[in-house]
Every structure is written in structure tokens, then in C-alpha cells.
Design a protein around this ligand. Sequence first.
Ligand code: ASP
Ligand code: MG
Length: 439
Amino acid sequence: MEVMKFGGTSVGSPERMKEVATLITKSGNPTFVVLSAMSGTTNTLIEISDYLYKKNPEGANEIINRLERKYLGHLDELFLTEAYKQKTKKFITEEFNYLRTFTKDLFTSFEEKAIVAQGEFISTNMVVNYLQEQGIKATLLNALDFMRTDKNAEPDLQFIREKLTTILENTPDQQIYITQGFVCKNAYGEIDNLQRGGSDYTASLVGAAINAEEIQIWTDIDGMHNNDPRIVEHTEAVRQLNFEEASELAYFGAKILHPTCIQPAKYTSIPVRLKNTMEPEAEGTIINNELVNNKIKAVAAKNNIIAIKIKSSRMLGASGFLRKVFEIFESYQTPIDMIATSEVGVSMTIENNSHLTEIVDELKKYGTVTVDTNMCIICVVGDLDWSNLGFETVATEALKDIPVRMISYGGSNYNISFLIREEDKKKALQSLSNRLFNQ
Ligand code: ASP
Ligand code: MG
């Protein structure tokens, strides 16, 4: 079976939902479909929760009413028959009455998670009803019955695989299986989610669990581009990426794919294909185990980076210095992205600044600390095995007019990262594109 995941814009209107129906039924083969909430809905649900945290039920109710009207307004356009219109209307009305129950009680993060999950429940219900109205054998599977995270809040693939296998065995002879992206239960059986944008992760986990032939992620762009199309002119979709290359790009800023999504697919060697709903015939990007030798594939950038340097003569020839430094970051649960060391100093970058003051205070015990904010990581991805000649030179040369704070190369065979000022990002990305791809 193939897994096809559609994001918020791809199910953003009744018209788009109908196009999704065409795409998922085209092959005629049984297909597993993962859907996001209609675009904007999750943000609106978060807004509702914010009002409730602030003990403003009137504000929350106003938004609930507005959102309900919007959804009910879609029904005439989506359905042909009164029976399906009424069936879906009943579901939507119950959903919004359920949301209203939260305006009366104590509000905690537990309630918030229940609220933000509802967008996916509504979109999947609308699409499955539409398919059934069209006479297609489609069934809705509740993601809460099989999507589960463990005590470390990591998806429990073993559990997901066992549950989903049983569920599919008990639901034979269907053409389309639909489920909600993003939502899950945690290790304590409470409703939870896979973080914002987590529907991609659902698709990849489902693909791994059912050993799918392919995991397709359908969005509104024709694949992963070789540079950020919002910033740089003349970018192009990359036809093929290795799992490692795609992970680096997704982590370092390519917005099309959620960074965690690659892991389950890579682990089970299932190809991931990125496709464009607006242009279904376009080839898109395929992510698999293959590696094209001697080729730089793409560039990505990540903002809001903080560089921290600690300089200490105590580091000279001493062992255990780096461990002490890293332990400080670990104790504040702050991941480090890039690192560069010399004999008397070490520089690291972090993105999460919530414990910056404490971290810096503790680091000061070991040496002189300097902090640079508003920095940006530029990540160049491709076959950057150290035995290949000249690739790091070309990337560095493209940045010759830009002050570079740190360089990290050799951590993996797939990337070289540069730390620059955020204000130089556009210039750096354009210059890399000109030098690497547009010659
Ligand atoms: N609806 C969720 C979000 O907006 C999950 C997703 O779309 O992937 O974050
Ligand atoms: Mg997304």
C-alpha cells in the first residue's frame, strides 16, 4: 500500500478536498491517506486555547462560533446529497459543542491538546463522507486508536505497528483508509500530538508501520528546492535526495518537510516522495537510500541562532573540559547544533534561548564567555565525503564577501555548515545559488 499525506492547504477548501479525492482514488489500489486540518484551523484552535488560558470564555466562544460558521458554510459546496450534508453537519455541530464545553471548566495543557486535535478530526470526517457519497469504499480510522508516544514522548513504532496491523486486518476490502495526522495518545493514554506540522511524521510512521511501498507527502510546492524560493531567485526542485541529505535540509530550514519525518522512513528504507497538489503531474522530489556522487544538491538556512564561545587557558591540554561544557547545556535541555573547537576555546550554537542566562552564568566558571545573537546557519548539502576534492572550497569561496563566524565540516559526509549574521543571509544564499547551481 502507498501512504499519501495532504497538508492544510491541500485540504483548505471543498474544492481542494475534491481534488484530493481524485488524487487518492486515481490508482485504484488500496491507499492509506493521512490528512492535516484545513489550513488555518490549528492556529485558530490555539487562539481559542489562549483565550481560555486567559480566562476569557467570551473571546473563545466568539472564535468558536466564527469557525463553526465557516465549516458549516463548506457543506453545500462539498456534498451533492442532503443525506451526506446532514450527516456531516451533525458531526460538525457536535464537534463545536464539544469545543464549547471547554469554556466552562478549568483550563490546562491537557484541555489544550484536546482542542488542537479537533481540526484533523473535522477534515478527515468531511473527506471520508465525501468519498462515501461518491460511492468509494472509504473508511475512517481513528488515529487515537494506534498512534502512541512512549514515556520519552517519542513515537512507539512497535505499538503503532501492532495496533495498525490488527485494525487493518479487521477492516478488509477498503479502497481508501483515512486517518488524522498530528494527533496521538501519550504513554499515559492522554490525548496528545506530534508537535506543529506533525502530520508528516504521522505519515512516515504509518508508512513504516505498514511497510508501505512509498510515503507521499503532498503540499503546495513542486518538491524540495535547491535553495529557499522565498528568498532566492531561480531556485529549482531537487529531483532526488538521500535520506541523510533530506534530514539535514529539513532540520536546517527547508520548510516543506517536518525534520522528524525522515527517520521512520529511513529506518525502514521506504522512499518518501514530495508532490505538489496544484501540479500533480510534476515529478516532485524522491528521497531514498541512493547517493549521487560528487554533487552538491541544495542549500538551506536556519535563523534565530545564538553562538556561544568559551575561551579558557584551562582547556589547553586538559581532558574532560568539553564534557563539563556540554553537561551545562544538557542540564538545561538545550540542544547544540554546530560546534567548532580550538586548543583554547570552543564555540557552539543553540536555537533555544530560554535558559541562555543560566547557561552563560555557569559557563563563566570555566572561562571567558562571548555571545553573538541574531545569527544564521547556512547548511550546504550533498555528497561532501572528505575524499572528494574541492567541494568545501567552492562553498567557502561563494561566501568570500561575507563575514563567517564558524564553519563546521566533517561531522557527516553530507553537509558543511557556516554560521553568519542573519542580516547577511539573503546575500549568502543568493551567492551560493549563483556559484553552485546557476552556472
Ligand atoms: N494541523 C497541524 C498543524 O497545523 C499538523 C499539520 O498540519 O501537520 O501544525
Ligand atoms: Mg506541514
